[in-house]
Design a protein around this ligand. Structure first.
Ligand SMILES: Nc1ncnc2c1ncn2[C@@H]1O[C@H](COP(=O)(O)OP(=O)(O)OP(=O)(O)O)[C@@H](O)[C@H]1O
Length: 242
């Protein structure tokens, strides 16, 4: 189902943002610190009530959906990676099944494997490293098999191999019909792995479109105030800065 934002405004943080996001694709939200990326993602997840505007999931207004139905549809990973309960990793990941009210173990096992944490399943959550914690919280989102995966900087704490593995998994989820929206600071990840990039600047949309256009050097110069250019082949590009 299409996820759409209509004239979303949140105090000084977001100014009249409208977007239509297609399932089956990966959209990256990029922009400088404080641009409003996390605010937009939270609003798209239905977890932040905008001052004006609304978010629709297909024909349903997200704000009017039952919390349980919304939680089934929208998998959200916040920016701060913290686990406050000192319980086994498997129990944390299994929380992803809560909106479904079932005890199905298969999605939990698939998520543990996807994030390469099956070997940690019996470890206490508070004994994990930062990157392991991030992978456990992502696995919880994936275990819920949501229609939409909204993740705020999901790659930030991961090492190179786990970043690539997660990106492959998110691509497979999109190919299977899920919508994926990622807040990314690494513009090369956005360029190489997203289908579409939305650039936010000071609460508004500065660019929106296919990666080559939305992350054109002129946009990077205007928004980030950095002189930069792309090298390499499509899907394997690197950003060179001056
Ligand atoms: N709860 C809040 N109350 C008031 N202002 C907030 C709140 N949360 C964030 N802000 C402000 O809103 C603006 C947008 O914040 P947001 O976290 O959405 O930015 P961001 O693009 O995700 O930034 P970053 O890249 O630093 O994570 C910032 O100026 C921030 O200081």
């Amino acid at each position: 189902m299409i996820l759409s934002a209509h004239d979303l405004a949140v105090s000084e943080r977001l100014r009249e943002v409208s977007l239509e996001l297609e399932p089956g694709t990966i959209t990256a939200i990029c922009g400088p610190n404080g641009a409003g990326k996390s605010t937009l993602l939270e609003a798209l997840a239905g977890l932040l009530e905008p001052d004006r505007g609304h978010v629709m999931l297909g024909e349903a207004n997200l704000a009017e959906m039952l919390p349980r139905e919304r939680a089934k549809a929208m998998g959200y990973l916040p920016q701060a990676h913290e686990i406050v309960w000192d319980v086994p990793v498997r129990s944390i990941v299994a929380l992803g099944r809560m909106p479904h009210g079932d005890n199905r173990t298969e999605p939990v096992d698939v998520a543990l494997a996807a994030l390469d944490i099956a070997g940690l399943a019996d470890r206490r959550a508070q004994s994990l490293s930062g990157g392991e914690t991030a992978r456990v919280l992502l696995a919880r989102v994936l275990a819920g098999e949501p229609c939409w995966i909204l993740a705020d900087e999901p790659l930030a704490a991961l090492d190179l191999a786990h970043q690539l593995a997660l990106l492959r998994h998110l691509r497979a989820a999109a190919d299977a019909g899920a919508g994926v929206v990622l807040v990314l600071h690494d513009l090369a990840h956005a360029m190489n792995h997203a289908d579409r990039v939305v650039v936010l600047d000071r609460g508004g949309i500065a660019a929106d479109g296919v990666c080559e256009n939305a992350l054109d050097p002129q946009v990077i110069e205007r928004v980030w105030k950095v002189a930069a250019w792309w090298v390499g082949e499509p899907h394997h590009r690197a950003l060179i800065t001056r």
